[in-house]
Ligand binder design. Structure first.
Ligand SMILES: [Fe+2]
Ligand SMILES: [Fe+2]
Length: 199
């Protein structure tokens, strides 16, 4: 973030707090989600459009960011949350959408089937899946569609972050400067770096 020429103590404190939080999220994503972040699937995710203006990759990072914010807020309230399960669940929840034109015959089928497919992708990418992760991914569409409710607080976190981020994808996408489209022309690694920086 650009540092303003002059800022009050209060504004400086707010800015520093935001920067610390971003750093914390970045570290947690890298610590628990390294295998997914470095995967070919994650690179491919930035090539596939999602929610009209966004990409699967950009949406994924929004979901991961919002999920972590909820985790930290709950931790402050002394509510136990498994951060590794949330990180892997959020990063993998929509990877089953990749190559959707060849996999699903309609949007309805895609919406119903992609959570199961995302579980399969996650199993391939992560050797030791944290407990609850498969359930988080499989039921992330809740309360939309026919999905059953998640069995854990971590599942509710990712489902809520997913719905919030879907709205954000569409609203932010209407501002062309903020849409995932700008990442199409860049090198994949740069895209992921930029995305983490922009969170
Ligand atoms: Fe989804
Ligand atoms: Fe999603």
């Amino acid at each position: 973030m650009r540092t303003p020429y002059y800022e009050s103590t209060m504004h400086r404190q707010i800015r520093e707090k935001r920067e610390d939080r971003k750093e914390r999220i970045k570290n947690d994503l890298q610590l628990y989600g390294e295998d997914v972040l470095n995967s070919e699937e994650m690179k491919e995710a930035f090539q596939q459009t999602h929610h009209r203006w966004s990409t699967v990759g950009e949406h994924t990072f929004r979901v991961a960011f919002s999920s972590m914010m909820i985790c930290y807020a709950l931790k402050k309230l002394n509510i136990k949350v498994s951060v590794p399960a949330v990180v892997i669940g959020a990063l993998c929840h929509d990877l089953g959408i990749l190559g959707r034109d060849g996999k699903y015959s309609s949007s309805k089928e895609m919406s119903r089937e992609h959570p199961k497919e995302s579980v399969t992708v996650a199993r391939d990418l992560v050797a030791d899946m944290p407990e609850k992760t498969e359930d988080i991914i499989e039921r992330h569409m809740w309360p939309a569609g026919q999905s059953k409710a998640p069995n854990s607080i971590e599942g509710v976190i990712v489902s809520a972050a997913d719905k919030y981020s879907a709205v954000k994808d569409i609203v932010k996408g209407s501002d062309v400067k903020k849409t995932g489209v700008k990442y199409y022309v860049r090198d994949e690694k740069e895209k992921i770096k930029d995305l983490i920086k922009d969170l």
